[in-house]
Design a protein around this ligand. Sequence first.
Ligand code: SF4
Length: 62
Amino acid sequence: MKAFVYQDICIGCGACIAECPEIYHWNSDNKSEASDQEIPEEQADGARAGRDVCPVDAIDLK
Ligand code: SF4
């Protein structure tokens, strides 16, 4: 599983980063960016929690 943040949808609220900084981090546009690595099993719940707190549904997990 990998996480994707749609840059055109993200409003830069920081909720996903606060929820799961192991996966989500700020980029130079002050938006969230996801790790491009395969998400380790032990971080999968955090990645989902970060997606679920996003107020604009900008995060996809595939
Ligand atoms: S929670 Fe959603 S809108 Fe907020 S920074 Fe993360 S991806 Fe962007």
